[in-house]
Structures are given as structure tokens and as C-alpha cells.
Design a protein around this ligand. Structure first.
Ligand SMILES: Cc1cc2nc3c(=O)[nH]c(=O)nc-3n(C[C@H](O)[C@H](O)[C@H](O)COP(=O)(O)OP(=O)(O)OC[C@H]3O[C@@H](n4cnc5c(N)ncnc54)[C@H](O)[C@@H]3O)c2cc1C
Length: 464
């Protein structure tokens, strides 16, 4: 990576002012390290603009001087997309204004640096719901959520970040500002530009603000933890619940026994049942007519789909169930190396995928411990595999791509995707290029060339 000349760095820093242009490596550590320390970056300069105008001024200079820029919002991404490799880092973390909330329109307009939690809270204050929900919601920011098309636990009912976005403001690679901050539910005036930028991981433009959809705040949540004999039974339970609750079923998450062992061992969580079961489902239904969830669960017992079940009797108990699920990733850190797969298959194939992938891992590396968990309701499983007990962590992690090949091979045979919600970044860039058809790759490169002809935005991410 060619170093940026001092004059350009000084011009860029002058835009945001000395206090928010970081050049001291010790002060920029927070921006350089990925959450799990899988990537540690370097940068000559971290810029923290406070307005769209400042972002535009930065991009104008970058374009003129061929200076590469890596955008970053909350730095919770899991594919290395926001970590610089010697480029200037542009952080959105000072652009945190809630610009407007319109209860009648059911929309909220926010700057890209708002944390997801702050957007949820602003909606809640207006008796509305912003349903995007991820375990990282206190730290991730809306610009990053849209740039990665984040998913999370409520996709089943509300869709992913793309489905929740009505309009965008984007600073283009040459510094021009596209103001698409519209709150229209219908707009068929030509190409849908906002959907080009959503999921583009900072390679096509910098998202500076967004208009998002709000929903009525649920009047009640009913949450059940159900022990099930197998993922096949979990799928049948999903069908039972969907038939009764339809779109009021907002979450349907699967947790394996080993996941409960990890969270109770490391995260101060309580064992939920008196005995251990092989699999668990966390299901949530909103605006539930009295006893509906209990009736479905009773039916599941009769059909042999449920082995045990608890319906949360208080908000505290509901939060305790969710903590079991939300702490799944964190708890794996205490068990040594973990090789990750964020994959999706058609919902009907999730159980077959789990059978095949678990068997394949057992054969590939005896003692390796699959911890597959996540959004069974929308076909997205985080197929994480913890290292065998006692194995050297580095030796285990050196098998990352071999294991990926094995698991992704099964996913692709089942018609699935190797990146369900985390994106491509650098982690899956080369693999994506091997998997996608030449036509798809050509279309993606054509878009990159059209929107960022000098290749200054997030170089080396998504596309080589
Ligand atoms: C504990 C934990 C749980 C998670 N759970 C989920 C989950 O359930 N579902 C899910 O989808 N993800 C999940 N993630 C991943 C991560 O939180 C999401 O990808 C999130 O959307 C990233 O947001 P961010 O603000 O941290 O983005 P960053 O990490 O800052 O950036 C992510 C990517 O977007 C680009 N980018 C950032 N801001 C902008 C911008 N303003 N304009 C253009 N490009 C930009 C970056 O260059 C990078 O490529 C989880 C992460 C953690 C640590």
C-alpha cells in the first residue's frame, strides 16, 4: 500500500480539525482492532467528521489525490471490512443525530453514526418499534448496519436492514452528495439506487444518513424456551407456530446443548431446565392472544416435537432466555479457537444441513466441537466450530479455510449462501469470486468501476 503524502494528510485533517483527526497510533487502537482481534489494521490518519459536508470535502480531496479511504461505523463487523490496511480511516462515530421521527409516517431519519440501540430507543420514545436487533446493537451503527445489510433476530417478521430502509444519503467517491432521504413507501422512478449502496460494505459510497421504517410497538411479547429432540423437530415446531401466529412470530432461534454449556460455564447464565436436552429453540410471538403460545407448545408435546418448555413469566425471565442466545458468540471465546461459518440454506433444508455438516466435521477433525446456533426461522445458521479441548489454538485456526471449504461445500450443494448476514469484507472475498458466476462478478465489477472509477473506496474489500 503506497503511503499517503504529508501534505494530503494535513489537508484532510484540516477539514475535521485537529481534535478529531487522530495520528497517534496509541489513540487509534480502538479503530484498528476487529472485535475478536482477527484483524489488526494500520492507518496514518483517522478522521472523525461531524457532518455530511465534511465527509464530502474529505472525499473531494481523496478523489483529487487518489487517496484511499476506509469507512467505519461501529467496528463490530465480522469479516474485516472496516479495518484499514494502511489507508485513511473515516469514522462515522461523531455523526449521531436523530434528525426526525415521524409517528404518522412511521419513519425515522438518522445520521449514519447513530448506534442501533439509540435508533431503537428513539423509536420507543414515540411508542414505535424499530425492529432491527443484533447482539452488537449497543456498539454497531446505522451506517454499518446498512452497509452490511445486517440481519439479526427479527428478520423472520420484519426482514433485514435492506427491508427496513426507505431512503439514503450517500457521499460518492468523488465527493458529490446523493440526497435520497425520501420516506416513500412506493417510488418507481427508475433504478433503485439505495439498494445499490445497501450491502456494498463501503465500496461504492459512504452512507451518511438514512430514513428507516418504524412499526407499531407490540402490546405484548410471549417468549418460550423449548427443548427439542433434533433440528428436524425444531423445523416442524416452526411450521406449527407459523401456521398459528403467522407474521406475529418474530423470532425462532436454535441453540445446541453445547451452547448452553458454554454460556452457563462462562457467562454467569443459569441452566434453564432441570436436565440437559440436545437442542433448544427460543421462540417469540408478539400481540399473542391469551394462551396461544401455550396451546401450540402443548400440541408440540403431543406430536413428540417438544421435550420440555418454559414460557417466560416475567420480563426478567424473558431477558434471561435472550441472554442465553445473545451470549453464544462471546462464550465461545473462552473455549479456545473458533472457526466461523455464517451460512444460510432454504429453511426446509436447515436440519439436513446440520446433520451433514456435523457429521463432516466429526470426520474431518475428531474432537472438534460444532456450536451451530442462530436464526433457524430464516435459514441462517452460525455454524461455529470450537477447537478440540487441549489442541494448540494457532494450529487449530490454521485449518480455517479447509474447514470453510468443507462446510461451504455442503451449503452450496443445498442451494445456500456462504454469507447470510455478515457480508464479504476480506474474509470471503476470494471464495465469493470462485463461487459466483462470471456474469455476476462482471456485473459487480462494472458497478464498482462506474461508481468508484479510481478505486479509492475501501480497496481490496468485497472485490480484489
Ligand atoms: C456480538 C456480535 C453479534 C453480531 N450479531 C449479528 C447479527 O445477528 N446479525 C448481523 O447481521 N450481524 C451481526 N454482527 C455483525 C455486525 O454487528 C454487523 O455486521 C453490523 O451491521 C456492523 O455494523 P458496524 O457499525 O459495526 O459496521 P463496521 O464494522 O464499522 O463496518 C462494517 C462494514 O461496513 C462498511 N461501513 C461502515 N460504515 C459505513 C458507512 N457509513 N458507509 C459505507 N460503508 C460503511 C465498513 O467499511 C465495513 O466494510 C454481530 C457482531 C458481533 C460482534
Amino acid at each position: 500500500m503506497k503511503s499517503v503524502n504529508a501534505d494530503t494528510l494535513a489537508r484532510l485533517a484540516a477539514i475535521v480539525g485537529e481534535a478529531t483527526a487522530i495520528t497517534d497510533p496509541a489513540a487509534m487502537v480502538h479503530y484498528m482492532r476487529e472485535w475478536r482481534d482477527k484483524w489488526v489494521g494500520t492507518s496514518p490518519l483517522v478522521l472523525r467528521p461531524e457532518s455530511t459536508q465534511q465527509v464530502s470535502d474529505i472525499l473531494k480531496i481523496a478523489h483529487e489525490t487518489n487517496t484511499k479511504i476506509v469507512p467505519q461505523s461501529g467496528n463490530t463487523g465480522l469479516v474485516g471490512g472496516g479495518i484499514p490496511n494502511g489507508e485513511v480511516l473515516l469514522s462515522l462515530d461523531r455523526m449521531t443525530k436523530i434528525i426526525a421521527v415521524d409517528a404518522l409516517d412511521n419513519s425515522i431519519t438518522v445520521q449514519a453514526g447513530c448506534t442501533l440501540k439509540s435508533v431503537q430507543d428513539a423509536a420507543d420514545a414515540m411508542e414505535r418499534l424499530f425492529p432491527l436487533s443484533l447482539a452488537s446493537e449497543g456498539s454497531c451503527r446505522m451506517g454499518g448496519n446498512l452497509a452490511t445489510n445486517a440481519g439479526g433476530v427479527n428478520v423472520l417478521a420484519y426482514g433485514n436492514a435492506r427491508d427496513l430502509c426507505l431512503g439514503l444519503e450517500v457521499v460518492l467517491a468523488d465527493g458529490r452528495v446523493w440526497n435520497g432521504l425520501r420516506s416513500l413507501r412506493k417510488d418507481n422512478t427508475g433504478y433503485d439506487l439505495k439498494n445499490l449502496f445497501i450491502g456494498s460494505e463501503g465500496t461504492l459510497g459512504i452512507i451518511t444518513a438514512a430514513v428507516l421504517k418504524l412499526f407499531p410497538k407490540p402490546s405484548r411479547h410471549d417468549t418460550a424456551l423449548v427443548a427439542v429432540p433434533s433440528p428436524h423437530a425444531a423445523l416442524d415446531l416452526l411450521a406449527l407456530l407459523k401456521a398459528v401466529a403467522g407474521s406475529r412470530l418474530t423470532a425462532f432461534e436454535i441453540i445446541p446443548r453445547i451452547g448452553i454449556e458454554f454460556t452457563t460455564r462462562h457467562m454467569n447464565a443459569q441452566e434453564p431446565f432441570a436436565q440437559a436436552y440436545p437442542w433448544y429453540v427460543l421462540a417469540e410471538v408478539i400481540n399473542n392472544p391469551e394462551e396461544e403460545l401455550a396451546t401450540v407448545i402443548n400440541n408440540a408435546f403431543v406430536k413428540g416435537l417438544a421435550l420440555d418448555a418454559i414460557v417466560a413469566q416475567s420480563e426478567a425471565q424473558r431477558q434471561a432466555f435472550w441472554a442465553l442466545r445473545e451470549n453464544m458468540s462471546e462464550s465461545q471465546k473462552f473455549e479456545g479457537g473458533s472457526i466461523k461459518h455464517d451460512v444460510s440454506v432454504p429453511v426446509s433444508k436447515v436440519a439436513v444441513f446440520l446433520d451433514q455438516a456435523i457429521t463432516a466435521i466429526e470426520k474431518f477433525m475428531p474432537g472438534a466441537r460444532p456450536v451451530p446456533f442462530g436464526h433457524l426461522g430464516d435459514g441462517n445458521i452460525h455454524f461455529n466450530v470450537s477447537q478440540p479441548v487441549g489442541m494448540d489454538k494457532a494450529a487449530y485456526l490454521s485449518r480455517w479455510s479447509d474447514m470453510n471449504d468443507l462446510v461451504h461445500g455442503i451449503v452450496l450443494k443445498l442451494g445456500g449462501s456462504i454469507s447470510a448476514e455478515h457480508g464479504i469484507g476480506v474474509l470471503k472475498r476470494d471464495e465469493m469470486a470462485r463461487i459466483k458466476s462470471p456474469v455476476e462478478m462482471d456485473l459487480m465489477r462494472t458497478m464498482k468501476q462506474a461508481l468508484d472509477p479510481k478505486g479509492i473506496l475501501n480497496p481490496g474489500k468485497v472485490l480484489a
